[in-house]
Ligand binder design. Structure first.
Ligand code: SF4
Length: 295
């Protein structure tokens, strides 16, 4: 006879969980390149995606990560979805590598927009974290055209530039593709109060917007949301931050980490699972299987 005190858990997986199209394209193309060029070395400058699991799998296929550009190179060197500065691209070519640029088309659009604004004499503000590789590349591209390019992840970081911004006729804003809309809004609010003319290009990518809005809806009807993905991944961390404001949220890298939250999971009935853009499907499946087993 079933125990009537046990309430079945309702476990849902978000539709937009896991690899986005830019990441999928980068991973699949890198694999294809190696398969089509078995006798050539294939390198990626920096980790192709923020996931140790995937990086190990790529290494097994012979696709290696370069941490710096050697003076002399041979074989293929891939630019990952984050993009690179023109200087780095030139260095790769100078070293003797064959270059394959897998910058995500959405990231390219931000670079283009930042260049356009810089050329048109706007004071350019890039919303994002200074150390993020995508931001470094956007800034380097825009800086070729103007000195007036800065990065800010909060209104506070704009304060030292207040006078400079005030004296400039026009201010243009672009956003790193996986930023939170709330961060963009707070920066725009501050800039509105100190600039004469403000041009905002909301360049948060469609994949990030859809992932974040779907996850917010799921969080509203969940007791617990589990965000799966690397703690080094900016888009996964942003996702967890957004959801924490709505309901109980945990950020884990793999199914094993669920053990740390046994009590919380036991006490939650409606559980939703989502994942960052660099989380492989098998890791998401492991998390779901483990949750379902413990149901
Ligand atoms: S998160 Fe968006 S911009 Fe970044 S790789 Fe994926 S689709 Fe491209």
């Amino acid at each position: 006879m079933p125990n009537e005190n046990i309430i079945a858990k309702d476990i849902k997986l978000a539709k937009y969980a896991g690899f986005c199209y830019g990441v999928k394209r980068a991973v699949e193309t890198a694999k294809k390149l190696k398969a089509e060029n078995p006798n050539k070395d294939v390198f990626v400058l920096g980790e192709l995606i923020h996931n140790t699991h995937v990086i190990h799998d790529l290494e097994k296929l012979g696709i290696r990560t370069l941490t710096e550009i050697p003076e002399n190179g041979e074989g293929i060197c891939v630019i990952r979805s984050h993009g690179e500065s023109p200087e780095v691209i030139e260095k790769i070519k100078q070293a003797g590598f064959e270059l394959v640029d897998l910058t995500c088309p959405d990231v390219k659009k931000v670079q283009q927009k930042a260049i356009e604004l810089a050329k048109d004499n706007y004071f350019v503000v890039i919303v994002g974290k200074e150390e993020h590789p995508e931001v470094i590349a956007i800034k380097a591209n825009a800086k070729l055209w103007s000195e007036n390019v800065i990065v800010a992840a909060s209104p506070e970081q704009l304060v030292p530039y207040k006078d400079q911004i005030k004296s400039h006729k026009r201010v243009g804003v672009v956003v790193q593709t996986t930023q939170r809309i709330a961060t963009l809004n707070s920066i725009v609010e501050y800039l509105t109060s100190i600039s004469k003319e403000l041009h905002i290009a909301n360049t948060i990518c469609a994949s990030t917007s859809m992932r974040q809005s779907e996850a917010k809806e799921l969080a509203q009807e969940s007791d617990l949301v589990i965000v799966v993905g690397s703690k080094k991944s900016a888009n996964t961390t942003h996702l967890a931050e957004i959801l924490k404001d709505i309901t109980k949220t945990i950020h884990i890298e793999n199914a094993d980490e669920l053990n740390e939250y046994n009590e919380l999971i036991k006490n939650s009935i409606k559980i939703s699972v989502t994942a960052g853009a660099s989380t492989p499907q098998d890791i998401i499946d492991d998390v779901l299987n483990k949750l379902r087993k413990e149901k």
